[in-house]
Design a protein around this ligand. Structure first.
Ligand code: PLP
Length: 482
């Protein structure tokens, strides 16, 4: 493809995208295909010769689109939002065109510097303490970095904690022992409400993880953590990491940081991480900052603008209070990556797992500038208002119950009675193709999660979704009574 063809096909692609997003509502949310459907439609070998672009796009229309789940559909109420907006799409487009690989300052100075600046902007807007900002203490302090997922943020935080526990503490007492010999001593904690990525991180890092019972509101409490730590220390283990959750995936519950924080600080080297992948974005609203209480005890914090801040995947923000404690676990420095400005500049390759890094800050910068914090706050507030509206509809119908404290955009609900009725309801709703929702377990009961996701979600979308739910519920309940 030469530049002239790109100019034409690029404009057509923008039209295609506009058409797709404007008419998305006319599609079923879920595709009606069986596993393996695409293999039957595409050749089994790659083409030997170049193909016409229009033929490729024809296949997109006829073969790929029928297998797409439409995450931007106004009745895609599953999971959490998948951020998407025109400024963000344009940011990614430009980033792809620039095509730099910003592993070091030298590899593309603007790529590194914009990331640092935007992470400071966003960190301040959320209300993180100054320690987390690069601007606060220069190279000695903390800072923010973009990772590709919340799972990666949790993994590198746990890795930093593991490194700190071994090198700052355990190894000082036993300098001749191999690092790996200390692994059986280390134990981390999270609550049952934490995302499974914490368990995955512990699996990768070969450390024990104790999954604790939250209280009846889904909140991990100080006394539960303290009791677990005391029991484990009596067995000779060392508590080295706690991952607290603000805005859990199942029910958007919040751990009690004000209780957990001081307990972590009583331990010699226990790193407190906060995973706020979804909810953290909402803290740009002053009225929601109360949910951050206890942040002063935290060592690292992550949130995903690619969930709830209109930024396309991937864009996951991680801030650390002391960057050296993160980079110490990750620095390797071959000659071919060294440069003359390494002392005064940031090299983000030391802040995460991959060497190569996309210019991700561009789309976050575009979104923050084009919407302004005021526009982003309106977007978040609209979702919360609609979730509250949905909660009210559920509460007005005695056949249903709401199962979580609705503070943000997620409502958990179920049919009063056995889990089976709610399971059946979820099956029917999703099979209808008109609405997509996902299940979870809250307080040992099977529930349906209804999350407000679409950028321009409206009350009529929520009302329509509720009609679909009631219609399917009628069928379930009739079946039960006959
Ligand atoms: N943490 C929380 C609270 C989540 O809700 C999710 C996913 O929804 C994750 C972590 C994992 O996110 P990612 O897909 O970015 O790894």
């Amino acid at each position: 493809m030469d530049v002239e063809e790109f100019r034409v096909k690029g404009k057509e692609m923008v039209d295609y995208i506009c058409q797709y997003l404007t008419n998305i509502e006319s599609q079923m949310v879920n595709p009606d295909v069986e596993p393996g459907y695409l293999r039957r439609l595409l050749p089994s070998e790659a083409p030997q010769d170049p193909e016409e672009w229009d033929n490729i796009m024809h296949d997109v229309d006829k073969k790929i689109m029928p297998g797409i789940t439409h995450w931007q559909h106004p009745r895609f109420n599953a999971f959490f939002p998948s951020g998407n907006s025109f400024p963000s799409i344009l940011g990614d487009m430009l980033s792809d065109a620039i095509g730099c690989i910003g592993f070091s300052w030298q590899a593309s100075p603007a790529c590194t510097e914009l990331e640092t600046i935007v992470m400071d902007w966003f960190g301040k807007a959320i209300g993180l303490p100054n320690d987390f900002l690069t601007s606060s203490k220069g190279s000695k302090g903390g800072g923010g970095v973009l990772q590709s997922s919340a799972s990666e943020c949790v993994l590198v935080s746990m890795l930093a904690a593991r490194n700190q526990a071994i090198h700052q503490y355990l190894k000082k007492e036993n300098p001749l022992m191999e690092d790996s010999a200390f692994l059986p001593k280390l134990i981390g904690y999270c609550s049952k409400e934490a995302h499974s990525c914490v368990e995955k991180a512990a699996k990768i890092l070969l450390v024990k993880l104790r999954i604790l019972e939250p209280d009846e509101n889904g909140s991990l409490r100080g006394e539960t953590l303290r009791a677990a730590m005391e029991e484990d220390k009596a067995k000779g283990l060392m508590p080295f990491f706690v991952s607290a959750i603000l805005g859990s995936t199942s029910s958007c519950s919040f751990d009690n940081l004000e209780e957990i924080g001081p307990i972590c600080k009583e331990e010699p080297y226990c790193w407190l991480h906060v995973d706020a992948a979804y909810a953290g974005n909402a803290f740009i609203c002053p009225e929601l900052k109360y949910l951050l209480k206890g942040i002063e005890y935290v060592d690292s914090f992550n949130t995903n603008p690619n969930k709830w801040l209109l930024v396309n995947f991937d864009c996951s923000c991680l801030w650390v209070r002391e960057r050296i404690r993160l980079t110490h676990a990750l620095v390797v420095n071959p000659l071919y990556l060294q440069h003359a400005n390494a002392d005064e500049a940031i090299d983000y390759r030391h802040w995460g797992i991959p060497l190569s890094r996309r210019f991700r800050s561009l789309k976050l910068w575009f979104v923050i500038r084009k919407y302004g914090l005021s526009g982003l706050r309106s977007y978040i507030r609209n979702h919360i208002k609609l979730a509250k509206h949905f909660e009210k509809l559920v509460n007005l119908d005695s056949r249903f119950e709401v199962c979580n404290n609705v503070r943000l955009g997620l409502v958990c609900f179920r049919l009063v009675g056995t889990d089976n009725a709610t399971k059946k309801l979820l099956e029917l709703i999703n099979a209808s193709g008109q609405l997509f929702v996902t299940p979870a377990v809250v307080r040992n009961k099977y529930i349906i999660r209804f999350c407000v996701n679409a950028e321009h979600a409206k009350q009529t979308d929520v009302d329509y979704a509720w009609e679909i739910i009631k219609e399917q519920a009628k069928e379930v309940l009739e079946e039960i009574t006959t």
